[in-house]
Design a protein around this ligand. Structure first.
Ligand code: GLY
Ligand code: MN
Ligand code: MN
Length: 532
């Protein structure tokens, strides 16, 4: 054998040694991602270019990072799931020497030494082979790659991450900013607060939302954020007339990222058949996890142990992650909307609010069930549960193509206000906002709060319907209601004349929940030794 053949043989061996085995067979295909790029390109304005970066890595502790979560936009448009990458999409074909292309991807270079420590990398060749890019390069190449960004009529890009570190991602962003002569970075906090206001459709909750923005501004050192004129205007006058005024202003003077987000959101809000396969799977397996938890739960369990059962069932079905930090709150903890400590050592004879959903190949479920750990709802718990259930049923009836998104919240508020009035918990309908403090719905997909732009429901959108009532201790009502928190959340696929509840496998009717709680679970037989 000559040297060349031996070298080649060793090379092939080393590739095989590095290959990953027994992977799931249902990842999105490279054709799917290429199709999404083409759809995006169709929507881009003439003579424009779009640039999409990886999300940064986040520190967990010292030199340890959190398990990495890709930027959903980048994943959607390319399938690339690693940090330190960058995708460029051109509206028109570009000529550069003898190359002609309308998309480029820059990815982390292969590095066998680092890969043995921190995991496999796709590299430029992998991006060509596995992701189907004709032109893929290592990130180092971007500095010298000739692209005259100033020659384009518009450049589409999202807000840069404010914590891109000092490494490759920051260098890609800096190089791009220099090449494109971007002088001012958009302020993420201002844009987020503007977006909240621009899309806000629930006047009953306006004061609540403005208070949240105010508290967040008071909490920051960022003087641009603190002094933003639009935010200060609504804080001074948190009324409907001022809201209309600031919404107009925000729309008239959109931030550059708004243009990019309009495009990507108009694609992502409508799920393709390939996406629906994964989303259905994520939601169904999460619903089954809820049912298994109901079978296993006892008053002696801790919130954390309950969370662990969800994790276990998700992973049994191959979901590698959760779509958001699980919320398992017993009693008063359920009143905290994003309660993620989950550290009460016993849930006791209380209601347990469980808002937990898996992420399967990037697609997030979002399901909430509220159950009495001892197996039976008390009369007060039952009254609140049935009211929230009624609100959800009423909203289900109007979830279909053509319904304005804001109607879902109007309907919820109406039903909950009437019910709370009848129970004597509030004296005037407007006080419903004390106990119903969030919106009833959001889109669902690669983000748990998924990107969207159209204010009316359309076929193949997927949304949540999640009414809730929260009565913290000390509320101005009979103390018998205190510490009751109920949310019921399901995931609905919009159809032309109705909807499909994708989370039906999680018991929802009060009688079905009680019947499931009475069932046995194999997990109750798992006895572990006491720690010394
Ligand atoms: N799990 C977060 C939410 O329901 O929106
Ligand atoms: Mn939700
Ligand atoms: Mn939820």
């Amino acid at each position: 054998m000559n040297k060349y053949i031996i070298g080649l043989w060793l090379f092939v061996l080393s590739i095989n040694a590095n290959a990953q085995h027994n992977l799931p067979g249902d990842f999105l295909s490279k054709e799917f991602h290429a199709g999404r790029r083409e759809a995006f390109r169709q929507k881009m304005p003439e003579n424009s270019v779009a640039v999409i970066f990886s999300f940064p890595e986040r520190v967990f502790s010292n030199d340890v990072t959190y398990s990495y979560h890709p930027n959903p936009d980048l994943y959607y448009l390319s399938g690339y799931k690693e940090p330190d990458g960058m995708l460029i999409i051109f509206k028109e074909m570009q000529k550069n020497g003898d190359r002609s292309y309308n998309e480029l991807i820059f990815v982390r270079s292969r590095n066998p030494l680092l890969e043995q420590w921190t995991g496999r990398r796709l590299g430029a060749d992998g991006a060509k082979k596995d992701l189907g890019f004709a032109y893929a390069f290592n990130t180092e190449k971007f500095k010298t790659f000739e692209i005259d960004f100033k020659g384009f009529k518009s450049i589409q890009y999202d807000i840069f991450p404010d914590d891109a570190g000092s490494g490759t991602l920051q260098s890609l962003i800096n190089t791009f900013s220099k090449k494109a002569e971007i002088k001012k970075r958009e302020n993420k906090y201002i844009i987020q607060a503007h977006n909240l206001l621009a899309n806000f459709t629930s006047p009953t909750n306006l004061a609540n939302r403005v208070s949240r923005i105010k508290a967040s501004m008071a909490n920051t050192e960022d003087s641009d954020y603190r002094n933003d004129p639009i935010l200060n205007q609504i804080i001074q006058n948190p009324d409907e007339a001022t809201l209309a005024m600031v919404q107009k202003k925000i729309k008239e003077d959109p931030a550059p990222s708004q243009e990019y987000n309009k495009l990507i959101s108009s694609l992502r809000e409508i799920k393709t058949p390939e996406e629906l396969v994964l989303l259905r799977k994520s939601i169904q397996l999460s619903a089954i996890a809820h049912k298994e938890v109901m079978k296993a739960i006892t008053p002696a369990m801790s919130e954390s142990e309950i969370t662990g059962i969800f994790h276990y069932v998700h992973k049994r079905y191959g979901a590698m992650d959760e779509g958001y930090p699980p919320i398992v709150g017993s009693g008063g903890n359920g009143c905290i909307l994003h309660y993620i400590e989950n550290n009460a050592t016993k849930v006791d004879n209380q209601l347990v609010l469980m808002d937990v959903g898996s992420e399967y190949h990037g697609y997030s479920a979002d399901i909430t069930r509220t159950v009495p750990a001892n197996g039976k709802f008390s009369p007060e718990q039952k009254a609140i549960y049935q009211l929230v259930y009624k609100a959800q049923e009423e909203v289900f009836k109007i979830v279909k193509e053509g319904t304005p998104f804001q109607d879902l919240n109007v309907k919820t508020t109406e039903v909950l206000a009437q019910g709370l009035l009848e129970l004597g918990i509030i004296k005037e309908k407007k006080d419903v906002s004390r106990y119903y403090i969030h919106g009833v719905s959001h889109h669902l997909g690669l983000d748990v709060h998924d990107k969207n732009i159209t204010p009316v429901l359309k076929e193949n959108m997927v949304i949540t319907v999640e009414p809730g009532i929260y009565i913290p201790k000390g509320s101005p009502c009979d103390p018998k209601w205190w510490d009751i928190a109920v949310r019921i959340e399901d995931d609905l696929l919009i159809g032309k004349s109705g909807n499909e509840n994708l989370s039906v496998a999680a018991p929802r009717k009060l009688e079905d929940i009680e019947a499931t709680l009475a069932q046995k679970s194999a997990l109750n037989n798992l006895i572990l030794p006491k720690l010394k």
